[in-house]
Ligand binder design. Sequence first.
Ligand SMILES: Cc1cc2nc3c(=O)[nH]c(=O)nc-3n(C[C@H](O)[C@H](O)[C@H](O)COP(=O)(O)OP(=O)(O)OC[C@H]3O[C@@H](n4cnc5c(N)ncnc54)[C@H](O)[C@@H]3O)c2cc1C
Length: 504
Amino acid sequence: MRPLTRSALRSYVCPSCRRGILFPRRQFASASSKVPEIYDVVCVGGGPAGLGLLAALRASPVTAKLKVALIEAQDLDKARTWSSGPAEYSNRVSSLTPSSVSFLDRIGAWQHVDSSRTQQYQEMQVWDGETGSKISFDWSAETSPFETPRTIATMTENANLVRALLSRISSLGDDGVSIFSNTTVSSIDNGVDHPDGPDMSAWPVLSLSPTAAATSSPPANIAARLLVGADGINSPVRSFAQITTDGWDYNRHGVVATLALAEPENPPFPIGKATAYQRFLPSLGGPIALLPLPNNHATLVWSTTIENAAYLKSLPPKAFIAMVNAAFRLSMTDLKYMLNLNPSSSSGHEDELSWRVQHTPQPHHIPPSVTAVQDRSVASFPLRFRHASSYVSPRIALVGDAAHVIHPLAGQGLNLGLGDVASLAGTIEYAVTHGMDIGDLLTVERYSSERWAVNAKVGGVCDILHKLYNVPGQSPITWGRSLGLKVVDQLPFVKGFLMNQAQG
Ligand SMILES: Cc1cc2nc3c(=O)[nH]c(=O)nc-3n(C[C@H](O)[C@H](O)[C@H](O)COP(=O)(O)OP(=O)(O)OC[C@H]3O[C@@H](n4cnc5c(N)ncnc54)[C@H](O)[C@@H]3O)c2cc1C
């Protein structure tokens, strides 16, 4: 943790009271100790977590009057005006659990999401490509045919969510809120003890610089009563607070793409029910998942080795489509063979798939075939695990990827971030209601205690699943995971419990 003067742990004393205590020192204030503009909350990072926090603080009557600032290096005007054709979808899509959606609804942001671009799903098919053992989660089987089946998650483009959060924030007015877009935090330091003003020696003071795209200049320095790091995996706020992280790189990449699917052979029952598919491919480095989007589209997240990811990205569209269809249908041996075909061979992948699929028994739970891949939508992201040793320090709190980054196999990263935001907003609300200093360590510890262990548990489970499903071939571990899936699949109580947990 960063070195702090004793004043960091002392209660805040307002400048006029301090004047009485420090009267003799007052007369020698120097020009160099000019007090920077003070904000109650400064949030670094305008991704979904940072904007979610700002929207939550502005939407609550208790915290709406706080003076808040948000700093984002990217151009938020582009995010505000983001638009896309009706059959074109961004390749960055998140599955939001019902509890994330209900939080967004509570703060008035979900109403700003373009719902025609979101897709709920009620069923999930998960199976092991090595052993064939499977587990299915189906809320429509748990509800009567006369009720609307419960939703497992809602697929939402990150850009749609960010635009909605910005729209919600501006609908709440701009009184007391400063958004510095195209602005980077170049450094953060502890402030100084101003003889004529507040003792800010434990207050974070941020130096701001405009990026090349900026059209106006931000203030050079601002001070934060509470500084929130929503600034992603390489969080400058976390570095300033000298909060360490545990973690490792998985040496895997997540290949993403937007895909068009064939009409399903059997129309879903009940009508409108949508399904997510995930097949673990132990010999290839991780699972492949196909998650539904509207209009028979789907988003792909294929976690695989760095070499396989580079190979998949190098393929022409038809070969890429054949590889994705093969990954849900063929054996590990066939897939390994196809991943060694010449990437530029004109119809090699398609021919191999159609020949090999005839000789491979197909389970009934495979997804409809992929028929097209959206232009320029294939990309990949390194997969990593990080967990901050603490989420708080005096006048500091970390949320979202700044606090934790987990394997995407359960689609929980952003959901955990939104859980952090709901908890921190509640903590600030509590402090304001009870006349507490919102940056005091005692105040923010309430947030840390609500979130740290929860996030460690979810991140740990994803990590164990990743490791368990990376053991190829026939071994006691392969046998154990196969038995585990079969047992859970046949125990309705355990399955119901897991489905409720996954909903958040
Ligand atoms: C392949 C893949 C699939 C995923 N799928 C899912 C899913 O289905 N469901 C789910 O819940 N999660 C999913 N996730 C995780 C999810 O995408 C992230 O957890 C989420 O986007 C993190 O949001 P954030 O706001 O915390 O951080 P970010 O989105 O990283 O935002 C941080 C912001 O801080 C800004 N910033 C950083 N440094 C500075 C600075 N010095 N000055 C100013 N600004 C700065 C950056 O510009 C950035 O905008 C997935 C992740 C991957 C890789």
